[in-house]
Design a protein around this ligand. Structure first.
Ligand SMILES: Nc1ncnc2c1ncn2[C@@H]1O[C@H](COP(=O)(O)OP(=O)(O)O)[C@@H](O)[C@H]1O
Ligand SMILES: [Mg+2]
Length: 193
C-alpha cells in the first residue's frame, strides 16, 4: 500500500524559512533513562530556560504519549519499539519545522536509540539521564518502585525488563551528581550557535 502513497513536499514553506523565522535550528534532544532518573524534571527546566532565551520548544513526554497517541501500547519489547517509533516520527516532524524538541522517553535498548536516531536523522542528540535503580527507587516520584517491590507491576524497566546503558551517548548526565540547573546548562551546549 505504501508504494502508492507519495510524500508531499510541494507548496510547503521550506524548513530553512521556518528556522529563519524562529531564529533557531530544529533539533531533537532525546533524554532517556530509567523511570525516576530525572528526564521530565530536566526537560521542564530546559524548556523554561530555552523559552526565556527566546526559543520555541515542544516537549514530547513518554508518559503523556501513553495517555494519548500511544494509549494502545503496553511494555512488551514490541510495544516499546512502536512507542519509540511513533515518538521519533513526531519529533522528526517538529524538528523539520525548526522546533527544538525535548523528548523524555525511557528508551531502554541500544536498538531503540538507533531506531530513533535513524528516523530523526542528523539533528538527533542522545542524552543519557543516569541514576541507579536504587536511587530511582528511593526517589520514586510516581510510586512505581514501591508497586514493583510489591509485585504489582510487570515488565518494569530495570527489573524484569532490562535497561542497556549506552557506550557513547552525545551527553551523559549523572543525576546523582549533577543538579537540574547544571544539567540544563550542559544540554544547552549541544545547541548550535
Ligand atoms: N539531579 C536531579 N535531576 C533530576 N531530578 C532529580 C535530581 N535529583 C533528584 N531528582 C528528583 O528525581 C525525580 C525525577 O522524576 P522525573 O523527572 O519524573 O523522572 P523521569 O521523567 O525520568 O521518570 C524528581 O522527583 C526530581 O525532583
Ligand atoms: Mg518522566
Amino acid at each position: 500500500m505504501a508504494e502508492n502513497i507519495h510524500t508531499q513536499f510541494h507548496r510547503f514553506v521550506a524548513p530553512a524559512e521556518k528556522e529563519a523565522l524562529l531564529g533557531q535550528r530544529g533539533i531533537v534532544l532525546w533524554l532517556y533513562g530509567l523511570s525516576g532518573s530525572g528526564k521530565s524534571t530536566i526537560a521542564a527546566a530546559l524548556e523554561r530556560s530555552l523559552h526565556e532565551g527566546g526559543h520555541f520548544t515542544v516537549i514530547l513526554d513518554g508518559d503523556n504519549f501513553r495517555h494519548g497517541l500511544n494509549s494502545d501500547l503496553g511494555f512488551s519489547d514490541e510495544d516499546r519499539h512502536e512507542n519509540v517509533r511513533r515518538v521519533a516520527e513526531v519529533a522528526r516532524v517538529f524538528a523539520l519545522q525548526g522546533v527544538i524538541v525535548l523528548v523524555s522517553v525511557i528508551t531502554p535498548k541500544k536498538s531503540l536509540r538507533s531506531l530513533a536516531r535513524g528516523i530523526v536523522g542528523e539533528s538527533f542528540q542522545e542524552i543519557f539521564i543516569r541514576a541507579s535503580y536504587e536511587t530511582c527507587a528511593t526517589r520514586d516520584p510516581k510510586g512505581l518502585y514501591a508497586k514493583v517491590a510489591e509485585g504489582k507491576i510487570k515488565q518494569f524497566t530495570g527489573k524484569e525488563s532490562g535497561f542497556e546503558e549506552p557506550c557513547s551517548p552525545d551527553l551523559l548526565i549523572d543525576t546523582e551528581k549533577i543538579d537540574p540547573t547544571s544539567a540544563v546548562e550542559m544540554i544547552k551546549t549541544l545547541l548550535p550557535e
